[in-house]
Structures are given as structure tokens and as C-alpha cells.
Design a protein around this ligand. Structure first.
Ligand SMILES: [Zn+2]
Length: 261
């Protein structure tokens, strides 16, 4: 098993770090515009002197917080009773507890599922016609519904946002965003037929060549990371599966741990 880690921090600088093998670590501090945060990445020998350049912070609007604001839960979802906020015995986190029926409103992360659609060496993006990130570009993606698998949800979201029927090729990336309680699961997919058009939540759908992806106008940090990983993979020859964490506490940093045979 080979493990690769990438660390990206976007405050004023971007830092990337790879560990390709247990004894081969690569550390690069680079300065690249947000429009192509990963395009200048190169696999350099361990002794290479890091490069440092200026960097501008991620500008897209923040995504909705899925969970975590326990104080906003004022009433019980089961009986409508008012809640108190306390740490239940044996637990460590503050919870909303119903003062009438005693039930605890646990909050858990939500899964966002979507497709990275390859077609004629291009990828399909949708311009958002809804908030948050109205007017910015995204992969077709949305919240997983109860009763469907992640793959089914990704196909459904693609149908809803891009009126496109797709066949999933493989999982591509799982990106956790702990601070806002979200996990993104993105699948590589292809169009069953070369037809797509904007659904109600999109104002445009368009195929972009990898050199033309609008990194300055992407909706979410997860999309920046996903598309950057994809470009990096395609330059290396083929896509592979990525797992990582996006830490929004530092504006935008990600830790990608690739596991591949
Ligand atoms: Zn209750």
C-alpha cells in the first residue's frame, strides 16, 4: 500500500506536502494563484529547496453548516417541547435535551454526493442558480437522501441539476469537512448520452477542458480540491481514489491521503 499525503493551507501561503513512500517525503511551499491551486505541483526530490510565493485566500462563499449549532435547537422534534442544553451523563458534548420527553437531539454530519463527469477530455460543471454560492460553478452534487446509496444519490443529483443520465465509473474522492459537519463523496461518471441542460437549481451547464476550469468561480472548497486532484491525476496518467479532510478553520486547508495499490 502506498500512502500519499497532501497538505494545502490557504491563508496567505499554500503549502503542499507529499509522502509517497515511508522514506520519501516531499515538501513544497509554493505560491500559485487560486485559479490553479494545484497545477504547479511537481514531484520533486526530497532535497529540493521549497519554493514560496504569495497566495490569495479562497473566495467562494462558505457552504451551509450541516450540524454543530446545538444552541439553535430550541424545541423537540418529536413532541414540540422546549429543550434545555446540557451535557448528558456519560457524554462529552453539549446536547439539546427535551424538557418534556427527555429525548436528546443528536446532530450528525451530512453526506453530500455528486459526480465528476468526464466527456471528450472535459468535465461537466453547473452554474448554481440557488444560494449558497449563487452564480458560481460546481460539480452536480447535493445531499444524500435516506433510502438511497451514495452512488444512487450522485446519479440523482446529476439528473436534477444537469438533466444528464450518467453511468458511474468509480468512486473518486471522499472529502470530510468536520467544522461544518459534511462529507463529500464524489464519483467519476460518464454520460450515457451526450445530452445535458440546466435543471431548476442550475442556470448553465457546460463542459470545460481541464485548462479552462473556472477555479476563480468555483462554489465550494470541496470542488476546488476535487477538480485539482482530478487534474493532477490526469497529468499523471489516470484517476485514482482520494480521501482527505478539508479544515476550514484555517480558511481552507486540506489533507489528502491517497491509498492505492
Ligand atoms: Zn420531546
Amino acid at each position: 500500500m502506498m500512502v500519499k499525503g497532501i497538505q494545502v493551507q490557504l491563508c496567505e501561503f499554500v503549502t503542499q506536502r507529499w509522502t509517497l513512500k515511508p522514506r520519501t517525503s516531499i515538501s513544497i511551499s509554493s505560491l500559485c494563484p487560486i485559479s490553479h491551486p494545484y497545477l504547479s505541483l511537481k514531484l520533486l526530490p526530497t532535497h529540493t529547496t521549497p519554493r514560496t510565493t504569495r497566495f490569495s485566500p479562497f473566495r467562494a462563499s462558505s457552504s451551509l453548516q450541516s450540524s454543530g449549532n446545538v444552541l439553535s435547537i430550541k424545541f423537540c422534534q418529536w413532541c414540540g417541547g422546549s429543550t434545555k442544553h446540557d451535557i448528558p451523563e456519560g457524554e462529552e458534548k453539549l446536547r439539546a435535551i427535551c424538557t418534556l420527553c427527555g429525548r436528546i437531539a443528536y446532530q450528525n454530519p451530512k453526506m453530500v454526493v455528486g459526480c465528476l463527469i468526464e466527456h471528450d477530455s472535459k468535465v461537466l460543471l453547473c452554474k448554481r442558480n440557488i444560494q449558497p454560492s449563487y452564480g458560481l460553478w460546481t460539480l452536480p452534487a447535493g445531499y444524500l437522501e435516506i433510502g438511497e446509496s451514495a452512488m444512487e444519490g450522485a446519479v440523482r443529483e446529476t439528473r436534477e441539476e444537469a438533466n444528464a443520465d450518467v453511468e458511474v465509473i468509480s468512486p473518486f474522492a471522499q472529502l470530510d469537512i468536520p467544522l461544518i459537519g459534511q462529507t463529500y463523496m464524489i464519483f467519476l461518471a460518464k454520460l450515457k448520452k451526450p445530452h445535458f441542460s440546466p435543471g431548476p437549481e442550475s442556470s448553465e451547464c457546460q463542459l470545460f477542458s481541464l485548462d479552462d476550469i473556472p477555479f476563480n468561480s468555483l462554489s465550494f472548497s470541496s470542488m476546488v480540491v476535487t477538480l485539482s486532484l482530478y487534474i493532477e491525476d490526469m497529468k499523471a496518467g489516470k484517476p485514482k481514489f482520494h480521501y482527505g479532510t478539508i479544515n476550514k478553520r484555517f480558511l481552507f486547508s486540506s489533507y489528502i491521503h491517497d491509498i492505492f495499490p
